[in-house]
Structure formats: C-alpha cells, structure tokens
Design a protein around this ligand. Structure first.
Ligand code: PLP
Length: 390
C-alpha cells in the first residue's frame, strides 16, 4: 500500500481551524480565526467587478500586471522607504502565503535551519516543515515580547540560513523597533543570512507605533525578502493577492516557483488592488488603524475585567491573554471550556509555541464587525460568575 509523505505526518489541521469547526457546532462567536469581517473599500470592489466585466480574466505575466507592480513600487517607496524596480524586483503572488512558500522553495534547501521568533505564526513553521526545512526558535519574553542581541546570537547555528521577521506580529502584536531590527540585520550580515519579512499587518498599528521595514535599513535590501499583501488592509482574505519585493536574482527565482504552483495571482483582482493602491489616500489607512484600535481596546478591557489578563498588542489584530483562571489541563481544554461557558471561540496558545509555554494562553482575534465584537464581549462577561480555578 502506498503511504503518505514523511512531511505529511507533521501537517495536520491547525488548532485555529479546529476551533472554528467547534465554534460552528455551538453557533458561537468565532474570535479564533483571523477573517476580516470589515467592509472591502469601494474602489477595490468596483474595479474587481469592472475587471471581470471588462474581460480581464486570463493569465497575466507570471510576476503580475505592470500597473500593479508600479503601484506596489510606489507604495514601497512612500510607505516602507524601500526603493525597488517594478520590472525586476516585484513579484505579485497568490496572497502573501504564496510569496512566502515560493520564496522558501527558491532560496532554501531541505535540512537548512531557519530562525523563527516565538510565539510564531503557524503557517511559517508548517511551510518550513512541508519543505523539510528545520525551524529554530528565538523565544520572546512576555508580556512585552522582548529579546536581546545576545539571545539572537545564541539562537543562530552553523546551519542557519535565514531569519523570519513578522512585524506587526501574529499572535503577539509585537511591533519590532529600530534597535531590534538593527540587531537582526547585524546578525544576518555577520552570518550571511536571508531575512524574510512578513509585513501583512503593516497598517494595523496602535499607540503611535511605527512600522519599519527591515529592507529600509542601510545595506539590508539585498538579503531581505519583503513580503506583504492586501488580504488584511483591504479585507479581501479570500481573493489571494500578495507580493514579494527583493533583489532581481531572488525575485526571478521566486517568480518561477510561484508560476509552477499558481501560474499567476488572480487576474481581475490584480486590477482591483491596483485601483485600491492608486485611489485610497492616507486617511483610509489612518482610519483603519483608528477603527482597529477601538476594537482592540474593547476586547482588551473586557478580557482584563473577566480575569483573562491580556498582553496589549501594539499592532496586528490579535491578543494573547492569560487563561490560567480557566479549568482544563492544557490550552485545548481551556479553549473548549471557554467556548462551553461563553460561546466564544479562541485559539489555544500552544498553536504558537514549539513546547508547552503556550498552555496558559489563548489567542483572540478582533478583526470582527463592532456588533460581533460587542456581542462576544458581552458573552465573555459570563466568566465573572464562574469561580477561577485555583
Ligand atoms: N502572514 C500572517 C502573519 C498572517 O497572520 C496571515 C493570515 O492570518 C497571513 C500571512 C496570510 O496572508 P495572505 O492572505 O496574504 O496569504
């Protein structure tokens, strides 16, 4: 009888999807999964329809349409302080996930080691596992999710080929500061490593935090693969539109691998996000951050009130909260107990750690409509009546 591949043993349904299924069963409110329930901006919606009606439905150049690559290069210059050539240094991809997968295939080999900051985004670690690349962990210190240059140096080995930076980060909400990015860049230069950056939450910033792209630091553009996309900013997670920006020799190879799996990013939606980038002004992005700051404050104050102390995120749209007061021997049991008592689904913290350090944490997502979030917060109040576990 044939068997599954060796990698398949490590790739199973994520806790995030499992909790979504459990939530559905009890018709609960799903704060487990990062689905943006917020409105798609008008020009993006309108141009998607126009593109489909206007016949933009075939394959595009493998690295995307010229107008979108030009719009991305402009945005990279104006927002990220990264200068890139839209002809040779931008690859439009099927979501940032498609960019990350293709970049790993193009630039890493089985057996290489890649450093991941922990708590991590599960897709990063599982993508590495799928490609037989070894993750190594740089565990951040809660509640501020800090590290030092010495911690970083200790975590790098002779097999390390790359460092993954996700800022603002899922699930911690950490926004990497300039000094931290400088340590990463110094280490990458010293050990000749790639830096893969996932900047998908670059506009979700709170309390005056600033987004700094690692590729904007002097001398870093050549070894940095900047990855981002439109899923979150334009609330189009199902459209699958993202990109990678990097030096031409990396971009060409990433484009070839992306072509193998996807041929190109969805054609009409490339036109739609081009319009979004060209037509939406600064106030759209500042309003987005303001709207999400409201959601964060609402959820965090409720979590605090009911004894699930949150680690207040500086960016992205997730919050890790201390679940020690809930019954259960591990994160999964605690998440199920929360769902049973309140009808609110969260993700067991173990999904973001390689060991048991996440067992007393739950991740809540606040990318919800205000009505859903308010209803979830009301349900969470039920915990007040439930005695804490000693
Ligand atoms: N990167 C991070 C850190 C995420 O949290 C997510 C989605 O939750 C993604 C990437 C997926 O992005 P995309 O829809 O562009 O593939």
């Amino acid at each position: 009888m044939p068997s599954l591949s060796k990698a398949a043993a490590h790739i199973v349904q994520s806790d995030i999807r499992t909790m979504s299924v459990e939530c559905e069963k009890v018709q609960g409110i799903n704060l487990a999964q990062g689905i943006c329930d917020t409105e798609v901006p008008l020009p993006v919606r309108q141009h998607a329809i126009q593109a489909i009606e206007g016949g933009q439905n075939s394959y595009t150049r493998l690295d995307g349409i010229a107008t979108l690559r030009a719009a991305i290069a402009r945005k990279m210059r104006d927002y990220n302080s990264v200068i890139c050539d839209p002809e040779r240094e931008v690859v439009v991809t099927a979501g940032s996930t498609g960019a990350f997968y293709s970049a790993c295939q193009a630039l890493l080999d089985p057996g290489d080691e890649v450093l991941v900051f922990e708590p991590y985004y599960g897709y990063h670690v599982n993508t590495l596992a799928a490609l037989r690349i070894q993750p190594a962990y740089m565990t951040l210190r809660s509640p501020e999710w800090t590290f030092t240059a010495a911690d970083l140096e200790r975590a790098i080995t002779a097999r390390t080929r790359a460092i993954i930076v996700n800022s603002p980060a899922n699930p911690s909400g950490k926004v990497f500061g300039r000094e931290e990015l400088q340590w990463i860049d110094d280490a990458a230069t010293r050990h000749d490593l790639f830096v893969f950056t996932d900047e998908i939450y670059e506009y979700f910033l709170f309390d005056g935090s600033k987004h700094i792209s690692p590729a904007s630091l002097p001398g870093m553009a050549d070894r940095t693969i900047t990855i981002s996309g439109f899923s979150k900013t334009f609330s189009i997670t199902g459209w699958r539109l993202g990109y990678a920006v990097c030096a031409p020799r990396w971009a060409a190879a990433i484009g070839y691998f992306h072509d193998l799996a996807y041929i190109c990013a969805p054609s009409p939606f490339q036109h739609a996000v081009t319009a979004g980038l060209n037509e939406l002004k600064e106030d759209f992005y500042s309003e987005l951050a303001r709207e999400y700051a409201y959601k964060r404050d609402l959820l965090c104050s409720t979590l605090e009130e009911v004894g699930l102390t949150p680690s207040i995120p500086k960016g992205a749209y997730y919050v890790l909260a201390d679940s020690s007061r809930l019954p259960g021997r591990n994160g999964k049991e605690k998440a199920m107990s929360l769902l049973g008592t309140t009808g609110v689904a969260a993700v067991p913290g173990g999904a973001f750690f390689h060991d048991k350090s996440g067992d007393n944490l739950l991740r809540f997502c606040f990318a919800k409509t205000n009505a859903d979030l308010e209803a979830a917060c009301e349900r969470l109040q039920k915990l007040k009546a439930v005695a804490a576990v000693r």
